[in-house]
Write a protein that binds this ligand. Structure first.
Ligand code: NAD
Length: 415
C-alpha cells in the first residue's frame, strides 16, 4: 500500500462511489462504512532473553450479515488499525462476490517476525488467540494466514483455541496443515483461480490465436498461475521477481524456471531468456497479464502502454483507479482482485465445510469444486458488467455490496 494513502479512507471512497451508482440508502451506507467490531489487544510476551515485550494486536470484524466473519491475520511492523479496517472491508466484498456464506474480517499484530525466534512467535500467537478467544470460533469468526503468517501459525491458533474450549475445533481457522485437517489444494488454489478466470475471459473475448502469458512475481500465486497456464496449453513468456524479469517469446517452462529460482535465488539469468525489467514485463504484447506480486504497479504512468488483452489480478490492488479508467477505455479486460484472487478464500471455505462435516476430499475434488465456483462468479460479474456497461471491478463491487445489503435488509436492525 502506498505510504501516502490511508487504506481505510481509500476503501470508504471506493464504497461511496459504488453506493452512488447503486443509489444505496444513506443509512445502509453509514453502517457499511464502519466495521461492526474492532478489537485492540495488548499482548505481553516473554522474549527468549527473559525480557517482556508488549505487542499490539487487532481483529477488525467488518460485517457478518451473510455469515461468520472471515479473513487473514498478518504479522508486520507496519500493521495499524486503518490498514486492518480496510482489509476487513475488502474481505466482506470478496466473500460476497464469491457468494460464500461469510462476512469479512482481518487481524494483525504489529511486530517484526523476521527478528523473532520460532518460540517467540509461538508465544505471541498463543497470547493473541487467548486475547481474542471470545470473538472467534467456527461459527463466529474464522481467521486464516496472511503476510508473514502460515500454516504453522494456524496450527498454534487451533491448538490454543481447542485447549481453551476443551475440544478439538479444526473449523476455527483455515489453511491448516493437512495433518491437522487442512485441505488439499489450498497451496495452489489462488494461482489456479487466477488462471481459471483468465481462461474464461479468453472464451468470452473469443480469442482464437495462441494464448501468451506474463506473470509479475514468481511466488505462490504467480508460479501456480503459470503452472496451470502451461498445463492448459497457454505459453508462459515472462516472469519476474524483485531482481528483475525474464522474457522468451518462444516460451518458458514454469517448473524449470522455479527450479532455477530455487537454485539461484531469482528467475533472472534463466537459460535462453532475455533479462527485462519489471516495468517492461507489464508492457509486453501478451494475451494474459498477471500482476501477482505487489500493489499499485499499473498506474496512470503506464496504463496507456499495456498491450495485454486480459489482466487477471493475482495481487491485491495492483491497478490504481486512474489506470482502471484508461484500461476500460482501451478495451482491456481487467479481472479485479476480489474476484481473480479469491481462490484462496474459496478453498478456505471448502476446508471449513470439510471440518464441520468431518469430510476429507482429494485435491482433484477440491480443485474441481473451486473451478466451478470461480467460473460461476466470473460469469455473474461479466454479465453484470455488460448489462450495466461498467468495468469488471465496478460490477464486482455492485454485486458484492448488493448481496450484503440484501442480507442486512432482510435481517433487519435489532434491537
Ligand atoms: P509470495 O511471497 O509467495 O510471492 C511474492 C513474489 O513477488 C515473489 O516472487 C517476490 O520476489 C515478488 N516480488 C516482491 N516484490 C516485487 C517487486 N517489487 N517487483 C516484482 N516482484 C516482486 O506471495 P504470494 O502469496 O504469491 O502473494 C502475492 C500477492 O498475491 C500479494 O499481493 C498477496 O496479498 C496476494 N494474494 C495472495 C494469496 C495467496 O493465497 N497466497 C491470496 C490472495 C491474494
Amino acid at each position: 500500500m502506498n505510504q501516502e494513502t490511508n487504506p481505510y479512507e481509500m476503501a470508504v471512497k471506493q464504497l461511496e462511489s459504488v453506493a452512488r451508482l447503486m443509489n444505496l440508502d444513506e443509512g445502509l451506507l453509514e453502517i457499511l462504512k464502519k466495521p461492526k467490531r474492532e478489537l485492540i489487544v495488548h499482548l505481553p510476551v516473554k522474549m527468549d532473553n527473559g525480557e517482556i515485550a508488549v505487542f499490539t494486536g487487532y481483529r477488525v470484524q467488518h460485517n457478518d450479515a451473510r455469515g461468520p466473519f472471515k479473513g487473514g491475520i498478518r504479522y508486520h511492523p507496519s500493521v495499524n488499525l486503518d490498514e486492518v479496517r480496510a482489509l476487513a472491508m475488502w474481505m466482506t466484498w470478496k466473500t460476497a462476490v464469491m457468494n460464500l456464506p461469510y462476512g469479512g474480517a482481518k487481524g494483525g499484530i504489529r511486530c517484526n517476525p523476521k527478528n523473532m525466534s520460532e518460540s517467540e512467535l509461538e508465544r505471541l500467537t498463543r497470547r493473541y488467540t487467548y486475547a481474542i478467544r471470545e470473538f472467534i470460533g467456527p461459527y463466529v469468526d474464522i481467521p486464516a494466514p496472511d503476510v508473514y503468517t502460515n500454516e504453522r501459525t494456524m496450527a498454534w491458533i487451533m491448538d490454543t483455541y481447542s485447549v481453551l474450549t476443551g475440544r478439538m475445533e479444526p473449523g476455527v481457522v483455515t489453511a491448516k496443515p493437512t495433518s491437522l485437517q487442512g485441505s488439499y489444494g489450498r497451496t495452489e488454489a489462488t494461482g489456479f483461480g487466477v488462471m481459471v478466470v483468465a481462461r474464461e475471459a479468453v472464451k468470452k473475448l473469443k480469442i482464437n490465436d495462441e494464448i501468451t502469458v506474463a506473470v509479475q512475481g514468481y511466488g505462490n500465486v504467480s508460479y501456480w498461475a503459470a503452472h496451470f497456464a502451461h498445463k492448459w496449453g497457454f505459453k508462459l513468456v515472462a516472469a519476474s521477481d524483485t531482481k528483475g524479469g525474464v522474457y522468451n517469446p518462444e516460451g518458458l517452462n514454469p517448473d524449470k524456471l522455479l527450479e532455477h529460482k530455487r537454485k539461484t535465488g531469482s528467475v533472472i539469468n534463466f537459460p535462453g531468456a532475455k533479462t527485462i525489467s519489471n516495468e517492461e514485463l507489464l508492457e509486453l504484447p501478451v494475451t494474459i497479464l498477471v500482476p501477482g506480486a505487489i500493489e499499485e504497479v499499473i498506474t496512470d504512468k503506464n496504463a496507456d502502454r499495456i498491450q495485454a488483452r486480459i489482466i487477471s489480478e493475482g495481487a491485491n490492488g495492483p491497478t490504481t483507479p486512474e489506470a482502471d479508467k484508461v484500461l476500460y477505455e482501451r478495451n482491456i479486460l481487467v479481472i479485479p482482485d476480489i474476484l481473480a484472487n479469491a481462490g484462496g478464500v474459496t478453498t478456505s471455505y471448502l476446508e471449513w465445510v470439510q471440518n464441520l462435516n468431518r469430510l476429507y476430499w482429494k485435491k482433484e475434488e477440491v480443485l474441481s469444486m473451486l473451478e466451478k465456483r470461480m467460473i460461476e462468479a466470473f460469469n455473474d460479474v461479466y454479465s453484470l458488467s455488460e448489462s450495466k456497461k461498467v468495468d469488471m471491478r465496478t460490477a464486482a463491487y455492485i454485486m458484492a455490496i448488493s448481496r450484503v445489503v440484501e442480507a442486512m435488509e432482510i435481517r433487519g436492525i435489532w434491537p
